[in-house]
Structure formats: C-alpha cells, structure tokens
Ligand binder design. Structure first.
Ligand code: TYM
Length: 340
C-alpha cells in the first residue's frame, strides 16, 4: 500500500450522468489521481433505493464503468469497482445502521425531499437508511478525503459523526473523513438550466435543465441557448445571479478560467454571446469523453475485467477493516468455532 492519503467516492448507476456529476465529482477525481490512493465505486446497492428495471440497471451500471474510464479514471492507478461486488459494504452498512439514531436520518435534506408528498407506504426504507450505507462505503477504506459535490455535504457530516460515535464507543477504529468540495475550482454546485434555483439532477423534472454527458452537440447547444437567465441585458460577472452565475460557473469549470478572466471576457456582452461560448466550451470538454466512451462500450469483456480486478483489490482492504469492526462490536470470527 502506498502512503498517499486514501480517497473514496462513488456515483449511483441510477440514470444518465449529467454535467453536474462530471464537474462536481468525476473531474475532481481525475485531477486527484496522482496525489491520492483512490477507490472509485459504482454504488449499485444505493441505486436499489429507487425502483429499477433489472435489465436497465445492468446496462446503466456498465455504461457508468465506461464513463468513469472515458472521463479519465485510469484503472491502473485507481481502484474501480462495484459496491455490490464487495459484500463488506452491506455488512458494515448494517452495523452502522444499528448505530445511527433515527433523528439523524430524519434530518437529511435528501430524504426529506424524496419523501415529501409521498405516502410512507410508498417510500422504500432504503431511502431512509441509505446514509449509513454511504458511511460504510467510505469508512471501510479508511478514506481521508471524499471528493463530492455540494449536495453531499450533509451525508459527509453524518459519516464523520458516525465514525466518531463508533470510535468513542468501541475504540479508535475509523479514520474520520473530510469532504473535498470545490477544491479543484468551479463546478461543485451546477444548477438546472431551466430553473437555476434547483441543482442539476438525474431525477430532474425535465431533461431541458440537464446537459447529459452523452448528449450530442446539437442537443447541448439547444439546452444551453434556452437556459433561463434574467431580465438584465449584459453580463456583469461580479454581480451575476442565478442563471447567469450558473452559466459563468459552467464556463469556468469547463475551461479552467478564473473569475477575473471570465469578467474580462464577458462583461458588457449580451447573454446570447455568453450562452454560445458556454455551449462551445461544454461541447469541447465532452467531445473526447464521448469518443472514448464509444470505444470502451464496444468491449464489454474488458470492462468486466476492470471490475473483477477492482473488486479483488477493494475486498482486500475492506475485509481488513470489517474484521476489526466485527471484533470490536463483539461478533465472533467465522473460524472461532470448535475444531477451527
Ligand atoms: P449521486 O450519484 O447523486 O451523484 C454523484 C456525484 O455527483 C455530484 N453531483 C453534483 N455536483 C455538482 N452539481 C450538481 N448539480 C451535482 N449533482 C450531483 C454529487 O455530489 C456526487 O458527488 N450519495 C451519493 C453516492 C454515494 C457516495 C458514497 C459518494 C454513495 N456512497 C460514498 C461518495 C462516497 C449520491 O447519491 O451521489
């Protein structure tokens, strides 16, 4: 094992990935590949919190592996694996669920949003206990850092609280992880194009608000040209609000430009010019990813080999942590019986 700090993060295979997933998560992961010892998980068990059609889930999972690699995750340097291939996640998830007060889970904004307006007869329990499984994903690898978008901050706080609670009750066991949000520049909170008061999301109400990583250039242009702005006429980068601020943020994140550079380029220009520049910047950023994705999807066996190797590497680390946890909480080891 290297002595680089451990990073773990994951994305649910629950729908097509969008620009928010890329700018908030995948791109920062790629940029941190040299600096950290990385575990990048596809959190398929989390996807089961919502109803999934089995064949579709399988397809989306493979597509997500291909997208990880197409975005620049290098399986020679980073461990890429499926959560469900490493059974330790589910087991530690259960142990942590038992340690999590219901009140903590009831305060989770994501849970409140998902459950809102729905009868308790319809919302799966998984939606409620899911943050304890997410904590298990992170704590199994003793991750120091978790690069995520702004919307995951609260789940990270809960993970830290759980790690501390476990350590206090059973003795030092887990590294208490830190969220890494926005360290690599703009993009940690990309808003919907058609409604800049809500985040761009896989479960978004409309596709118009969401640039998908696999959208063709024409679609990207159309979505961005129709993005909601405001009644102003010209860009003023320092004071930009909502829709205009979001477009500037996307521009900065896809081109790497700083605030001053963006102001110098766009101040005084009309919103149409800004939108055209943003659309071209997004298309240029996604074009090589789409080309590589198509190549990778043509060889499913190769993707499966990446996953098999990733799972073997992840299991080694996860099993060590879980054995310690089992011992700490008082579960007998499987080989402790008579004649062992
Ligand atoms: P998920 O699958 O909803 O999103 C994956 C990642 O994309 C980021 N993201 C965004 N970033 C910026 N702007 C947006 N509009 C935007 N939308 C999504 C998310 O912050 C996330 O980093 N609970 C997690 C998955 C998870 C996980 C983990 C993450 C399960 N276990 C362990 C890290 C570590 C989720 O539902 O993300």
């Amino acid at each position: 094992m290297s002595d680089r700090p451990v990073v773990l993060s994951g994305i649910q295979p629950s729908g097509a990935l969008h620009l928010g997933n890329y700018l908030g998560a995948l791109r920062p992961w790629v940029l941190g590949q040299e600096e950290f010892r990385n575990f990048f998980c596809i959190v398929d068990l989390h996807a089961l919190t919502q109803p999934q059609e089995p064949a579709r889930l399988r397809e989306q999972t493979r597509q997500l592996v291909a997208l990880y690699l197409a975005c620049g995750i290098d399986p020679e340097r980073s461990t890429v694996f499926l959560q469900s291939h490493v059974a330790e996640h589910a087991e530690l998830g259960w142990i942590l669920t038992c340690l999590t007060p219901m009140g903590w889970l009831e305060r989770m904004t994501q849970f409140k949003e998902r459950a809102r307006g729905q009868s308790a007869e319809r919302v799966g329990t998984g939606v409620f206990v899911y943050p304890a499984l997410m904590a298990a994903d992170i704590l199994l690898y003793q991750a120091a850092y978790v690069p995520v978008g702004e919307d995951q901050r609260q789940h990270l706080e809960l993970t830290r609280d759980l790690a501390q609670r476990f350590n206090t009750r059973f003795g030092e066991t887990f590294v208490v992880p830190q969220a890494r949000i926005g360290q690599t520049g703009a993009g940690s909170r990309v808003m919907a194009l058609d409604d800049p008061t809500v985040k761009m999301s896989k479960s978004a109400t409309t596709e118009a608000g969401c640039v998908l990583l696999l959208d063709p250039p024409g679609t990207i242009r159309r979505k961005i040209m129709r993005a909601q702005t405001d009644s102003g006429a010209a860009v003023r980068a320092q004071e930009a609000q909502a829709g205009v601020a979001n477009l500037l943020e996307i521009y900065r994140a896809t081109t790497g430009a700083g605030l001053a550079e963006v102001a110098a380029r766009f101040d005084g220009q009309g919103y149409g010019a800004l939108k055209r520049a943003v659309a071209e910047a997004v298309i240029a950023a996604l074009d090589p990813i789409q080309a590589r994705y198509r190549q990778l999807m043509a060889d499913e066996a190769a993707l499966d080999r990446v996953l098999a190797r990733g799972a073997a590497a992840a299991r080694g680390v996860a099993a060590t942590t879980l054995a310690r946890v089992r011992d700490r909480v008082g579960l007998l080891p499987p080989d402790a019986g008579p004649g062992a």
